[in-house]
Design a protein around this ligand. Structure first.
Ligand SMILES: N[C@@H](CCC(=O)N[C@@H](CS)C(=O)NCC(=O)O)C(=O)O
Length: 288
């Protein structure tokens, strides 16, 4: 026996605490599963071919803090697909936000969602583009979804410690304190794995500036990346740029689209006005 009589109460105490925490953990898991099942019934009753878009709560200036949620909502509107929003369960089958429920089927990942909706609703936003332009816009989309995203979140959550970002959200006070604590560390680790986290803040800003410059050059004098009409790639670019435009108040990252490359800021406003005439009403709190 490895315990002695003198440390038996301590061992008993630790065992009791572990057992207590395990019971709480199991109950929380069951409660969550039950809640999700209840909500699932509600989502399944949204109506045939009505998309339930699961995403984070709305922000003060931008309709979402997730660029991918803005992307999917933009696509839904451009494709004229009926949808309702759920913000109770923002993380989906792949542990990421956003995700959708369509006719009882759950689907994660913005890109797979857009592909599925394009096929299912026969809603091709790119039918006016030739093969070469489509290919060019696919590389623009990948730049936005897979590179701009990392630049922005590395700065937002780690380098800036959530300071500018929190000004753009209506979080309850306890979250304003706890959110930076876990996000700063979490994103630092992820950014290191991705690779971007090994660069200096100046190098990361330099990359963001060059990428925004390239996007501004691709846009040129056109109103949208798709030319006269927004394309699928516009959903992604708008999703990512919306984070600089509205979720980075007073920062040098916001200035990238308002001062350094103002055509990108004008583009954001153009997309907002065309696709979300009710933008201000969607905000939290709504703007009159
Ligand atoms: N490739 C995914 C990325 C989604 C994603 O990374 N969403 C973020 C919020 S903006 C998220 O859920 N992060 C939580 C995590 O990575 O654990 C998509 O296109 O939907």
């Amino acid at each position: 026996m490895w315990t002695t009589l003198s440390n038996q109460p301590a061992v008993l105490g630790v065992t009791t605490v572990i057992a207590g925490l395990s019971v709480i953990w199991v109950f929380r898991k069951i409660a969550r599963k039950h809640k999700r099942n209840q909500l699932r019934k509600k989502w399944n009753n949204a109506g045939k071919d009505v998309v339930v878009l699961h995403q984070f709560f709305r922000g003060k200036y931008c309709i979402n803090l997730s660029p991918y949620a803005v992307k999917v909502e933009t696509f839904l509107r451009l494709a004229d697909i009926k949808y309702v929003v759920d913000s109770e369960i923002p993380f989906g089958p792949k542990g990421k936000c956003p995700w959708i429920t369509l006719n009882g089927e759950e689907l994660g990942d913005s890109e797979l969602i857009v592909q599925k909706l394009t096929e299912y609703f026969k809603a091709d936003l790119d039918s006016h583009l030739d093969t070469r332009k489509k290919a060019q816009l696919e590389t623009v989309r990948i730049t936005a979804d897979e590179f701009v995203f990392w630049l922005v979140i590395t700065w937002r959550y780690w380098l800036d410690g959530c300071e500018s970002f929190l000004k753009s959200q209506s979080f309850p006070s306890f979250l304003n304190v706890t959110f930076p604590l876990f996000m700063k560390r979490g994103i630092k680790v992820k950014a290191r794995y991705q690779g971007i986290g090994h660069h200096t803040p100046d190098e990361i800003y330099g990359m963001a500036k060059r990428t925004c410059g390239a996007l501004a050059d691709v846009l040129g004098d056109d109103p949208y990346f798709g030319g006269e009409r927004p394309s699928t790639a516009d959903c992604s670019v708008f999703g990512q740029l919306s984070q600089l435009m509205w979720n980075a108040p007073g920062s040098q990252y916001e200035a990238l689209v308002t001062e350094v490359y103002p055509s990108l800021g004008e583009y954001c406003n153009r997309m907002k006005e065309k696709i979300f005439p009710d933008w201000n009403k969607l905000l939290n709190p709504p703007l009159e």
